[in-house]
Design a binder for this molecule. Sequence first.
Ligand SMILES: Cc1cc2nc3c(=O)[nH]c(=O)nc-3n(C[C@H](O)[C@H](O)[C@H](O)COP(=O)(O)OP(=O)(O)OC[C@H]3O[C@@H](n4cnc5c(N)ncnc54)[C@H](O)[C@@H]3O)c2cc1C
Length: 412
Amino acid sequence: MDFEHTYTKEQEQFRKEVRTWLEANVPEKMKMPLDEDDFTEEMYLFWREKHKEMAARGWLFPTLPKQYGGGGLSPELAIVLTDELSRFRAQGPFTIDFITPAILVWATEEQKQKFLVPILKGEKIAWQKFTEPKSGSDLASYQSSAVKDGDDWIMNGSNVFVSGNPADRPDYLYGPMLTDRDAPRHRNLGYFLIPAQAPGVTIRKMNLVSGSGQNFVFMDNVRVPGDHLIGGDHQGWQVAMTSSEKEHGGEGSIFRSEGPIENLVSYVQERRRQGVSPGGNLVLQQKIAEAHIEERIADVLNKRTAWMYHAGQEINWEGANTQFYSRESGLRQVGRVRDVMGMYALLGTGDQLAPHGGRQEVNQRTSFILQHGAGSLNIAKVVIARRIGISRTRERAAATPMTAGRTAAATE
Ligand SMILES: Cc1cc2nc3c(=O)[nH]c(=O)nc-3n(C[C@H](O)[C@H](O)[C@H](O)COP(=O)(O)OP(=O)(O)OC[C@H]3O[C@@H](n4cnc5c(N)ncnc54)[C@H](O)[C@@H]3O)c2cc1C
């Protein structure tokens, strides 16, 4: 296997095309702010329109099927695209995208046309509402209910930690709902796309230390048409597991973001304290070398999982393994940043003395919160244990768009 990272002529040509378009179409003041809470209404309206243009070029959901509004791009071109968009600080889709695998695997053709096409074209936005106040890790104990009323469903319940850009207004909230209180666990749920603007839906910001990107959702007798149910009315657990497969790292990542560590290296290279580089301090040298090693490991794990996913292989423990390592390492990394930068690491975006424009302070606040998002680290270990056969139960990966038809969604 060749690990050398080189780009083909086609990739370089494509890079030029993307870069030229971004430079011509995205003014400096519309670039994504370092702190999500600095995202303005003006930026939101700008990117809602830009996303439609990007979707028309196949750049909003680049690797998803063209027939539904995705880009149909190869992972090789998507690497370049993601690289350029990230370097340019272009805002990604507002949809929290654990929904598209669920629709691709479980929805009917009519539902794909109705829900998937507008999402992939950037016309509609969907957020994920899985977590309830008393049902997080144990998603199967879900209590928010959907009761049949003619062709419709009447929904009641509440959710917490529902992520979405602070300036955004979603069109759909997706996730499981309890459809049958008498059925056994894992067979008592349906999975719905709930119109977020319907009467009875209330969305309120949570204001966590990481910012205002998470929300409470309340549903009070919300009427939802029957065709908003994805899969059968007792199949919600299986559909949710297809979403979770992606959320738990099952698609890896083909792109190594310009993380805190690269910044840390250049910081030490450029900074002088009383004329001396902090890199001359042997303890700091050790810490930065450790940071460098971990960052490279996380990168290789992420790329390997992404490669397996795009090659259509069934992901067993690899997704949870990758995600666990990347996230836990993220916490160690911000600790090293504090060791090297000292109190400067805690200066925010508004402070002139803040290194890297305040990016490090944002990382300090978000890195420990992220240990809990997308399922906690303990749950990543539970998934690994089940898949390597050392748990009470044995589990296979849920169906994904790459494997649907070849794998069985597993429960207990
Ligand atoms: C930044 C952020 C973004 C989020 N975004 C979303 C979102 O968009 N949509 C959404 O629905 N939810 C979202 N969440 C919620 C997240 O998925 C939950 O916080 C997570 O699933 C854990 O659930 P909980 O908070 O109820 O903790 P609990 O399930 O109550 O867990 C509490 C503690 O017990 C441990 N624990 C629980 N069960 C086990 C077990 N079987 N074995 C070992 N340890 C266990 C956990 O690891 C944790 O440490 C987000 C959370 C955060 C922090």
